[in-house]
Unconditional design. Structure first.
Length: 114
């Protein structure tokens, strides 16, 4: 985006003077200046907050003096795989495919009363 040169700024000020009049121009300039100062203040605040957070993560954390933190022992891999039965659970029998004719009641299903 091209920046505004002195000629473009002068044109904007002349148009603003014609639109708002000489009575309102000082008030508008004060409000613009207040907004600009507030924007700069918020920008500086965010910059310092981000700098603090980044510094907090970048600083090496030293362990506290005294006893080290206890750690859990590593988990052992289960001896059985998913294909075999679980050592602590009930064995589930394999499901056999149905060999019934189409339209026939399923084995173990409700009997047809007719």
């Amino acid at each position: 985006m091209p920046s505004l040169g002195p000629a473009e700024i002068l044109v904007v000020l002349v148009v603003a003077l014609l639109v708002f009049g000489p009575e309102k121009m000082p008030e508008i300039a004060r409000q613009v200046a207040k907004g600009f100062r507030e924007f700069k203040r918020v920008q500086q605040h965010l910059k310092s907050e981000l700098r603090d957070v980044v510094a907090e993560f970048d600083a090496p954390s030293s362990p506290p003096s005294g006893d080290p933190l206890p750690m859990l022992p590593p988990k052992e891999e289960p001896a059985e795989t998913l294909a075999g039965p679980a050592a602590d659970g009930p064995a589930i029998p394999p499901v056999e495919p149905a060999t019934a004719e189409p339209g026939a009641p399923a084995p173990g299903g409700p009997a047809d009363p007719a």
